[in-house]
Design a protein around this ligand. Structure first.
Ligand code: ATP
Length: 304
């Protein structure tokens, strides 16, 4: 798999405190990668490292395969746009003036793309209205347009829906999806709203206390949360043979624990398995919401 951004044993310390602790992360090309963590988990610190606003204490990261310590990293960063915490907009300017200003700053010779960008984020009708009269959602959308000046193919958004009303959230979600699908832009989006991010993310990184607890694809996460029956058996090999032959979807969790993702009659299963010298010692019906899944992960981590 091709990764836009990768980290290896990344660490950021403030004196003795590890804000980022031995963190490894992989953002696949074309993905919408949701970086999920509660307040203080280290999301903003991590993003600030990627944007060269801070230096790692140790470890490394690569953007488009280029190491953070290489001279070429500046070139790689030109292919990426970012909004960290709040979008940096000039409130005494119009949306158009903001985009023209950004074009000047990054040395884009013409303003050709400005109208297209205004259109893309739904701000083409704002005319002479100054940004200080914009709603939070409009400012956030303008921030995205500013980050898109220069045509990046990787966009980092730190908590993009914080404080937005439901309509504002939908607007941002649709813009992200369109940019990802139509323009092939890869996203890194940090948030503590797992449910909201789950409407768009294709991959997740769960972070807690500066550590990466788990990286997981949308499909795998959904599978893990799906309604399932967890059985503990005496003979997993025979059980798997039976499930295969009966076309019952399953996953082997450990030596003797198997998840079954189908409506089955547990008594019938027990009888069939007993004929194969396999006994069901325990069974539990399980289903998890995404939030619960995350809380369980983090809860486990807190108890380490
Ligand atoms: P939030 O969702 O609240 O923005 P976050 O996941 O973005 O949280 P960070 O802002 O990255 O978290 O902070 C991670 C940890 O590092 C926190 O405990 C924070 O107090 C600490 N921290 C961040 N910046 C500094 C700093 N300059 N000096 C000391 N500690 C810091």
């Amino acid at each position: 798999m091709e990764y836009i951004l990768e980290t290896k044993n990344l660490e950021k310390r403030y004196k003795k405190f590890k804000a980022i602790d031995n963190l490894s992360m992989h953002i696949p090309k074309g993905s919408i990668y949701g970086l999920i963590g509660k307040n203080g988990a280290g999301k903003t610190t991590l993003i600030r490292l990627f944007c060269a606003l801070q230096k790692p204490t140790s470890g490394q990261y690569t953007i488009y395969g280029i190491k953070n310590t290489s001279k070429e990293i500046t070139k790689a960063r030109k292919r990426m746009g970012a909004i960290i915490e709040t979008p940096s907009v000039h409130i005494d300017m119009t949306a158009r003036e903001n985009l023209m200003e950004q074009s000047k700053i990054i040395g884009v010779p013409s303003y050709d793309g400005v109208d297209e960008l205004l259109n893309l984020v739904g701000l083409s009708q704002t005319g002479k209205k100054k940004v200080h009269n914009f709603s939070l959602g409009m400012k956030q959308r303008l921030g995205i347009a500013i980050a898109l000046v220069g045509n990046p193919d990787f966009l980092i958004l730190d908590e993009p829906i914080n404080g937005l009303d439901p309509e504002g959230i939908i607007d941002i979600r649709e813009i992200i999806l369109r940019l990802n699908k139509e323009n092939g832009i890869t996203f890194l989006i940090s948030s503590h709203y797992l449910d909201e991010l789950s409407k768009i993310a294709t991959h997740y990184g769960f972070i807690n206390k500066g550590r990466m607890i788990q990286e997981i694809s949308k499909e795998k996460l959904e599978q893990n949360c799906k309604k399932r029956i967890e059985i503990k058996v005496s003979n997993a090999k025979e059980c798997v043979k039976y499930l295969e032959q009966s076309n019952i979807p399953y996953e082997v969790i450990s030596d003797n624990v198997i998840n079954i993702y189908d409506k089955i009659n547990i008594s019938e299963l027990a009888i069939s398995l007993s004929k194969r010298d396999c006994i069901i010692n325990e069974f539990h019906e399980k289903e998890e919401t995404l939030e619960n899944y995350y809380i369980n992960l983090v809860g486990g981590e807190d108890n380490v």
